[in-house]
Design a protein around this ligand. Structure first.
Ligand SMILES: [Zn+2]
Length: 92
């Protein structure tokens, strides 16, 4: 009985150790990254923000209808023409 309890306590402690080790590893990595970033900036490096292109929906195309699952009037009309659907009703 006592041995089982000891085993459980050990297991929990091992788990804690792993978590703590992971925490330290993460912190080290973050510090390393920051140091590298400072070095990079000190050398005259620049940080460019990646421009995020907004997604433009192209209604009335296969991509929009099939991949994006758009069921707007324009896409539905395309689907009818492309014989993707047989009904004129728009199902939502
Ligand atoms: Zn559409």
């Amino acid at each position: 009985m006592n041995e089982m309890l000891n085993q459980r306590i050990q297991a929990v402690q091992i788990g804690k150790d792993i978590t703590h080790a992971q925490l330290v590893a993460k912190r080290n990595l973050r510090e390393e990254l920051e140091t590298e970033m400072e070095k990079y900036l000190a050398r005259g490096g620049q940080i460019k923000q990646v421009e995020q292109k907004q997604y433009e929906a192209r209604h009335g195309t296969n991509t929009q209808y099939t991949n994006m699952g758009c069921r707007c009037k324009k896409c539905h009309a395309w689907a009818l023409k492309a014989k993707k659907v047989k009904t004129g009703e728009i199902r939502l």
